[in-house]
Design a protein around this ligand. Structure first.
Ligand code: PHE
Length: 340
């Protein structure tokens, strides 16, 4: 050290270093400043520390202490400037300036929402909820429902058999017989659940899908009750101006049978009205006397009606979705739009 006062010289060096650091326009300039002041061989502050041994024993502690303080201040200034220039500060790369993650909010699947809304409407109309097994026998799935095993619906092409006469139910109608066996009329039930068919997975079919069964059995139940209840359901679900129509159809377990369609009439804020197309929502009909007899009831005393609808299709129509598969891919960006 040639300077007469080493402490003053260190303070001048500190000021110079801090100027160079705060003025460094980029990472390269900052690295140059680091080498110039703290570099192992050429650094000017390092040189002071290296030269401490040549000082007198009186001078050494004060100069050493000051040199170490300046080194610490300059090191801290280098880190601060480096962070400001954009490199993640510190070895962990932790950046406390990043925005936090938003909390996750769960929501019900759109098909679950449709099942719940439909079930709640029927609950308000006096129905209770029933369930049955997804693996059932040929008897409950077909024969008890007046469907002979050589009927096309019983064909192995459509039905997924497990062992012998045990299968994955192809509709929720087996819950009709399972409920009638355990209860005496009057019966008013809604039975949502999964059903299975050997279908190709495409925009309008999934091999596993939800159905909602409805069944009413009592004395004096007529076609008027059947049609009026379904019309009331449609008005409550789609709005007061919704109408239904019944198209003749065939199911082995109902007579007469019908496909039920709905048409919505939408009134715009300016008073103009728009009608949708007819949408098919369910298969239905008056319960066949043979089914009532299979349940052990007197078909001269009891009559009833039943339906089976597909809530996925109803959710699809409600939300304007054109491919059923999007409900099953479980992409939260898609499902999140319907979360409530
Ligand atoms: N089970 C029939 C189906 O899956 C629907 C249905 C239920 C029809 C009840 C009439 C009565 O297609």
């Amino acid at each position: 050290m040639t300077d007469s006062n080493p402490i003053d010289a260190l303070r001048a060096l500190e000021a110079e270093a801090l100027d160079a650091i705060s003025g460094a326009p980029d990472e390269d300039a900052l690295e140059d400043a680091r080498v110039a002041f703290l570099g192992r061989s050429e650094g000017r502050i390092s040189a002071v520390l290296r030269g401490l041994g040549q000082l007198s024993a009186d001078e050494r502690p004060a100069v050493g202490q000051e040199a170490n303080r300046v080194k610490a201040v300059v090191t801290a200034a280098l880190e601060t400037r480096s962070a400001a220039l954009g490199r993640p500060a510190g070895a962990s790369g932790l950046d406390l300036t990043l925005p936090s993650r938003k909390p996750w909010k769960g929501g019900l699947h759109p098909i679950t929402q449709a099942v719940d809304e439909i079930w709640h409407i029927f609950r308000d109309l006096g129905f209770s909820r029933a369930r049955g097994p997804e693996a059932d026998t040929e008897w409950y799935n077909f024969e008890a429902l007046n469907t002979p095993l050589d009927h096309p619906a019983a064909d192995e092409q459509d039905t997924l058999y497990l062992v012998d006469s045990v299968l994955l139910r192809s509709h929720t109608s087996p819950v009709q017989m399972r409920t009638m066996e355990r209860h005496e009329p009057p019966i008013r039930i809604i039975a949502p659940g999964w059903v299975y068919r050997r279908d190709t997975y495409d925009a309008t079919h999934t091999p596993a899908f939800m159905q909602i069964e409805g069944l009413v059995i009592d004395e004096g139940v007529t076609f008027v009750d059947f049609k009026a209840t379904l019309a009331e359901f449609a008005r409550r679900y789609w709005g007061p101006d919704t109408v239904i129509r019944l198209r003749p159809s065939f199911f082995p377990f109902t007579e007469p049978s019908a496909e039920v369609d709905v048409k919505r009439v939408i009134t715009r804020p300016d008073g103009t009205r728009e009608e949708t197309d007819w949408l098919e929502i369910m298969g239905a009909g008056m319960v066949d006397p043979a089914v009532i007899e299979n349940a052990g009831y007197d078909s001269e005393r009891y009559t009833g009606w039943a339906f089976g609808m597909g809530p996925a299709r109803i959710a699809l129509l409600k939300h304007g979705v054109d491919d059923l598969r999007t409900f099953f891919e479980n992409d939260v960006r898609f499902l999140g739009q319907f979360a409530r």
